[in-house]
Design a protein around this ligand. Structure first.
Ligand SMILES: Cc1ncc(COP(=O)(O)O)c(C=O)c1O
Length: 464
């Protein structure tokens, strides 16, 4: 219950004021980033390497990282819960990664021929995810692209199903209905396929059918409407690009059964969840093994990476050349060295116990603040990942996500940043990522910043 009860109008006015003040403070704190941005704009569109790095009010340029921390170009140190958009479960400069990568650098960084690390890494992924065969690529985008190509090549069908509001990378088949705007999305039971930008041909977009998360009937309707045309479905088993949304009980198992009944496959995009929510990702967490699993991010210890695991029925078609899974840098020895260190030396059973402990400090602390200050919201977390969803009602799908206001999330992000905690930008969409190098003090800083946000907001709302 709230200690005091400002009217909602006062609260929104106070929140707007605080956001303005904190954005100003942030910009004033990072003059070197501002100068570099101006310089960079001359040679880089928007002054960044990826559009999502240019978050409001300004992209903060980093100088280096060490352990659980990153340091910006003005010398400010932050607890790093951004983790390079969820990749750095090892933290920065982890000795196992440094040793593995340094040794490999001396022995050669690239051959485009098989090396022994392939077998170690593929075998470790097999035992974590329960899928017999693995191949490597270089990003999450490549992994999901491979999954879709493979499902199409093996079934001889072109149509795929994806979930509204899910991001699977930036290739043609998945850049539809990622963050579509409310006016263009059609009825909830039958979402329209909306291209993210004009670079995706309409002809390709038309081959992607979109469903609401958690709705088995919507998938069944499509399978009946397009008999013999659907190759498979790609899905994040826990949605992690609209906060965190868990699948309803029975949904994932139901999907697998339904798709198989219609001769189609199920691919889990575990680019964010894999290795982070449990040693064997959501596949292990829920005990549902799909036909394909896509991995990237945490696997590579900070090096560009990607992997795809699958059942023999699909991967035998790679072996016989039905689908040619190729790439100059596939199985790159440097990436394999870092991945091997991640799988064998960093992400040990102790590491997951460490995540559990730190996560419970964050979850309990954030829940207590929400309750004591009467803020709308709840906490959702698994393994190394978590977030505060600033909404009264549980979110079930993209439409729920779209309907609530992102200002609380942005306000919290600003207070965290100005208080020395680097969360990923785009507060409403993203989540924190823990590393094995974080300690209790680091995560308590997050809880203290959140309390400062809540108390300042309350103070301003009641004073106005
Ligand atoms: C669920 C999911 N799939 C795929 C991708 C694409 O991965 P990458 O950026 O490595 O291409 C991302 C990236 O954030 C993601 O969150």
């Amino acid at each position: 219950m709230a200690l005091t009860s400002p009217s909602p109008v006062d609260e929104w006015a106070a929140l707007n004021g605080l956001i303005e003040q904190q954005e100003r403070l942030l910009v004033e704190r990072v003059p070197t980033s501002a100068a570099l941005r101006e310089q960079a704009r001359d040679v880089l569109p928007g002054g960044v390497a990826s559009n999502w790095q240019d978050a409001p009010p300004i992209a903060v340029w980093l100088s280096h990282g060490h352990g659980a921390y990153v340091v910006d170009v003005d010398g400010t140190e932050y607890v790093d819960l951004h983790a390079g958009f969820g990749a750095m479960l090892c933290g920065h400069g982890h000795p196992a990664i440094v040793d593995a990568v340094s040794n490999q650098v001396r022995r050669g960084t690239h051959f485009a021929q098989p090396t022994a690390g392939l077998i170690d890494v593929a075998s470790a992924l097999r035992s974590r995810f329960g899928l017999p065969k693995w191949r490597f690529c270089n990003s999450g985008t490549e992994a999901t692209m491979e999954a879709i190509h493979l499902m199409r090549a093996v079934t001889g069908r072109s149509r795929i199903i994806k979930v509204e509001g899910s991001y699977h990378g930036h290739h043609d088949h998945t850049q539809v209905s990622v963050y579509p705007e409310a006016g263009h999305i059609g009825p909830p039971w039958r979402p329209l396929t909306v291209r993210e930008h004009g670079g995706i041909p309409l002809e390709v977009a038309r081959l992607v059918s979109v469903v609401p998360f958690g709705d088995l009937d919507a998938v069944e309707r499509l399978l009946l409407e397009y008999p013999g045309e659907i190759a498979g479905m790609i899905i994040e088993p826990i949605m992690m690009n609209i906060g965190i949304i868990e699948a309803p009980a029975g949904y994932l198992a139901g999907l697998r059964a339904l798709l198989h009944r219609h001769g189609a496959y199920l691919a889990f995009d575990e680019v964010k969840t894999g290795l982070s929510v449990a040693p064997g990702g959501a596949t292990e967490l829920y005990g549902i093994t799909p036909d394909l699993v896509c991995l990237a991010k945490a696997m590579g210890g900070g090096l560009p990476c990607g992997a795809i695991g699958g059942v023999d029925e699909l991967f035998d078609r790679i072996a016989d050349g039905t689908y040619e899974q190729v790439g100059t840098y596939n199985g790159n020895p440097l990436t394999l060295a870092a991945s091997r260190a991640m799988l064998f030396d960093v992400l040990t059973p102790d590491a997951y116990r460490h995540f559990d402990r730190l996560r419970s400090i964050m979850v309990d602390g954030a829940r207590s603040v929400l309750e004591r200050y009467g803020l709308p919201g709840y906490v959702q977390a698994h393994g190394a990942k978590g977030c505060i969803v600033f909404h009264d009602e549980p979110l079930w799908n993209y439409r729920d996500f779209l309907a609530y206001d992102g200002r609380f999330g942005h306000g919290n992000w600003l207070f965290q940043h100005n208080g020395g905690v680097f969360l990923p930008p785009w507060g409403k969409m993203e989540q924190w990522t823990l590393s094995v190098q974080h300690c209790d003090d680091d995560v308590l800083r997050f809880v203290r910043n959140f309390e400062r946000f809540a108390s300042t907001l309350q103070h301003h709302a009641t004073a106005s």
